[in-house]
Write a protein that binds this ligand. Structure first.
Ligand SMILES: Nc1ncnc2c1ncn2[C@@H]1O[C@H](COP(=O)(O)OP(=O)(O)OP(=O)(O)O)[C@@H](O)[C@H]1O
Ligand SMILES: [Mg+2]
Length: 572
């Protein structure tokens, strides 16, 4: 006899009341039906605020549907035995003061798994998350990606029959992303099922089935390969020019016939609104992927307008050859542990400089030292000619900083947060109002202005945080993983803004775990385990990949990290 489905949803709907009095209610889900059999994995994707988290919360029994039936393991969800479900809420639910080991063991015991009786399971989790050396570190001192991996391990520690993972791979580096997916699959086995929400289509493509939720409805359901086919016959590639690659991309994105465009390897890629390629260049048909299909399916038909955010930045042409950001042997130690060691680089006005590296490499630590939020143990950091650790707080107005972790006021509305931040930058009256209006319009925040910031969907939080960092059009911009948790179409828009802001003469320091985004950078520094291991243009880094004439930056990243690991183990 066939096993019962682990999940069966019929015509599920959920509506929330409007954020302000008199505002219409929000239909978060509408007419969702699906089944999930044992041994299957389901990837849940969709644009920001598309309904993914609401659906996950309904499946976990935390939110009640208004309509329809929800059965988990053959019983109504209201009778759910929580021990049978491994639920990882967005951002995880860790105890910050407890160590890695204490968190993991606590979750294990809560689920009836005694760590002492299951040494293999615990060892597997430590290995797969790379946290073995950090067992005794409190969770609130882990890097963003390390925390995310620990939260996932806690959710799956008991290998429950149903795993509900809400954005487990946000902020996780490209190598670890694959590893944690393998781990989840390994633990799932033939009788368990996984639901995995993500804004990364590459992750979702590893699932057996994929559902794309848009405005509370299912827009696509089926194999991941089927989603890619939506963009068949309208995906094209052309050789990437060696000079002016960002300008070429900007130009493409603003064309009426183009849905989305990106750089990959030595190519410019474009997804078009019809089967004819954009004019100019020598375009050849290219194989679409699930992300291309996603973009094509959700295309609203409107060309991307020039960046209003960037237009507000005054053109800065002076002092182009004086570094706007300089890190000279920046070092940070926490006790015996070194988080960043002798990090040296400079960023000039108008340049986009990318810090890349695996989770825990020391990227955010370097950002925080440069922004004057963490005191270096050694070395020097200057921003716009000033040493920020010693400068007055006012000097920080010269820079915009988007931290990795959301740090605006969760219990204030979107608009109140923006007004507050504008005030801290010294913007007043009409100037402040104009800045706030511009950010709201450019980042499509209008529907959310009255929402409490802490309750926003992840991708919308990121838009708000980016908006807050550029309100005062600073000459120097620090963006720590700006696009983590943002859907592909909005990621494209973010980079459209970032590129246009740099073109005005602003210096941008950015980190990202998306290697296609890193192609936008003029120069890159790759750090691993606190030290710089490679630097140069994207093409310079790709030269590390031998025997492949057209490697992607992701291949270069993996090659360089693995080479360092090998040379270290040879030396040991
Ligand atoms: N207050 C602290 N005490 C001890 N260790 C810390 C502290 N803050 C950070 N670390 C450690 O420093 C290392 C680097 O962390 P950092 O946040 O800079 O990494 P990252 O490169 O930004 O990683 P991710 O990609 O995950 O964001 C990590 O091992 C982290 O646990
Ligand atoms: Mg970080």
């Amino acid at each position: 006899m066939a096993e019962e489905p682990l999940l069966r949803l019929v015509d599920v709907a959920k509506r929330f009341k409007g954020a302000r009095r008199g505002a219409p209610p929000v239909q978060a889900l509408d007419g969702i039906s699906l089944t999930l059999d044992p041994g299957r994995s389901l990837g849940l994707v969709g644009p920001d605020a598309g309904g993914k988290t609401t659906l996950m919360r309904i499946l976990a029994g935390l939110v009640e549907a208004d309509r329809g039936s929800v059965e988990v393991m053959g019983r109504p969800v209201a009778e759910l035995d929580r021990n049978q479900v491994g639920y990882m809420p967005q951002g995880g639910a860790l105890y910050g003061e407890l160590t890695v080991r204490q968190n993991l063991e606590l979750y294990a015991r809560l689920r009836g798994v005694e760590p002492e009786d299951n040494p293999d399971r615990m060892a597997t989790l430590y290995r797969a998350t790379g946290l073995a050396d950090f067992r005794d570190r409190p969770a609130n001192r882990l890097s963003g990606g390390m925390r995310q991996k620990l939260a996932l391990a806690c959710a799956v520690v008991a290998a429950p029959p149903l795993m509900l993972l809400d954005e487990p791979s946000v902020g996780v580096d490209p190598v670890s992303r694959r590893e944690i997916w393998d781990l989840a699959q390994e633990l799932a086995g033939p009788h368990s099922a996984i639901v995995w929400t993500t804004s990364i289509l590459d992750d979702a493509s590893r699932c057996d089935d994929l559902i794309l939720l848009h405005q509370g409805r299912i827009l696509y359901e089926g194999a991941p390969s089927g989603l890619a086919k939506v963009a068949a016959d309208r995906t094209f590639a052309a050789p990437l020019p060696s000079e002016g690659r960002r300008e070429a991309l900007q130009d493409l994105l603003e064309r009426a016939e183009v849905v989305s465009a990106s750089m990959s390897g030595r190519s410019l890629r474009a997804i078009c609104r019809s089967a004819s390629p954009p004019p100019g260049r020598t375009w050849l048909p290219a194989e679409p992927n699930a992300e291309d299909g996603f973009s094509a399916l959700l295309d609203d038909g409107r060309p991307l307008p020039p960046s209003v955010l960037a237009e507000a930045f005054p053109p800065r042409t002076a002092d182009r050859d004086r570094p706007a950001i300089a890190a000279l042997q920046l070092t940070k130690r926490y006790g015996a542990f070194t988080a960043a060691q002798d990090i040296t680089f400079t960023v000039f006005p108008g340049e986009i400089f990318g810090l890349l590296g695996p989770n825990g490499a020391g990227k955010s630590t370097t950002f925080r030292m440069l922004c004057g939020l963490v005191t270096p143990s050694g070395g020097l950091g200057t921003v716009a000619g000033r040493e920020l650790t010693r400068a007055a707080v006012g000097a920080r107005a010269a820079l915009g900083y988007m931290p990795q972790k959301f740090s605006l006021y969760g219990d204030l509305s979107v608009i109140a947060n923006l007004r507050f931040v504008a005030g801290t930058y010294g913007l007043k009256g009409a100037g402040a109002r104009a800045a706030v209006d511009r950010v709201v319009a450019a980042l499509d925040l209008e529907p959310f202005t009255a929402h409490m910031a802490g309750l926003l969907p992840l991708g919308i939080k990121q838009r708000l945080a980016l908006g807050a960092a550029v309100l005062h059009t600073p000459p120097v911009l620090f963006l720590d993983e700006p696009t983590s948790g943002v859907d592909p179409l909005v990621r494209r828009e973010f980079w459209h803004h970032i590129n246009a802001i740099a073109a005005r003469g602003t210096a941008v320091l950015v980190t990202t775990h998306f290697m296609d985004e890193a192609e936008n950078c003029d120069r890159l520094l790759l750090i691993n385990r606190s030290q710089a291991i490679a630097s140069g243009t994207p093409d310079d880094l790709k030269r590390a990949v031998l025997g492949n004439p057209d490697p992607t930056l992701e291949q270069a990243f993996v090659t360089l990290i693995e080479a360092q690991a090998r040379s270290e183990s040879a030396a040991a």
